[in-house]
Design a protein around this ligand. Sequence first.
Ligand code: BMA
Length: 370
Amino acid sequence: MKTSMIPAMCAIALGFAASACGSGNKASETDADSTATPAAALLARLTAVADSGLVVFGHHDDTAYGHEWEYEEGRSDVLETSGKYPGLINWDLGLIEYGDSVQLDGVPFDFMREQALAQAERGGINALSWHPRNPASGGDSWDTSASPLEEGVRPGTALNDTLRAWIGRAADFVLSLQDADGERLPVLFRPWHEHTGSWFWWGKDFCTPEQYKALWKLTREVFDAKGVDNVVWVYSPDKLTSEEEYAERYPGDEYVDVLGADVYHFGGADGTADYLTRARRQLNGAMALARQNGKPVALSETGMESLPMDDWYTTVLLPLLREYPVAYVCVWRNAYQNPTHFYTPYKGHSAEADFKAFTEDGRILMAGEF
Ligand code: BMA
């Protein structure tokens, strides 16, 4: 499909005249020819999914490990419970900034590269998040004892040099995602996520809106200088006090391709109303911006840890997806070292049948189905 069709299709889906559907990637790459770059092709594919009212289902670290297993060839909790691999697999780049060979939850970057290729070959897509360490304190992403961004976004400073080097290592990894012919694999990249909360060092209490936007610009500057053409950029606020806050720290249409939202369900069945209130606030905020810029919307991270509700997928998530035309939804990981930290059921879990029914719903796309 030619991307020249996309603005019109977005306008139909969103019920208004969209100006453009994807200028985070250069207009010449998206408007003239949807396959001019790997990123343009992925963006066109996702936009077509959203415009058709369908949703790609994703799971973090899906083929690396699952509930009580790790690194077993071809294994996946989603495959074992639904019969299919997820349409999207998210991977996290935490510790790439140090040049480490293994990321923060133990996944070797070489293994991630192989698994990303396997996911692409089965017709699925890949996404990347990043939990980098705090360059001012040496602590992890959650260490907010020092705020590096006031200095970090100013060129010529030591922290700016560090951030540039770190972002450069992330860009090098992204460039290394290739198929056997050396063609780069397109990926969704969602840096500096959940910045409307204050649990990461780039969060709301630790930088001004201008500093946060400058961090995105710096990130793009480094990626662009390295010639990265396989990234679809995703912006993903978490908690909001109002729908309007969604756009408060938005870096600009030229830096972003997909309008994401991260929102989790807490408190079991009693927390359902609260989850839906927060999810609607975020998705309404994203949709309001999408009505202006025509970009696709995604539920970039969600889930209910341990699935205390057996029917969460069909009675909470699926109805929410019917309300909002998101391109994809991604749930978080099934940790092998922590038996209660899982977001999809595993073989034998009481939510298995409900999850299978969810994946078989006509709207939900698994690998090979789109
Ligand atoms: C969190 C948890 C942690 C993990 C981190 C980064 O939500 O899953 O165990 O280290 O994400 O992946």
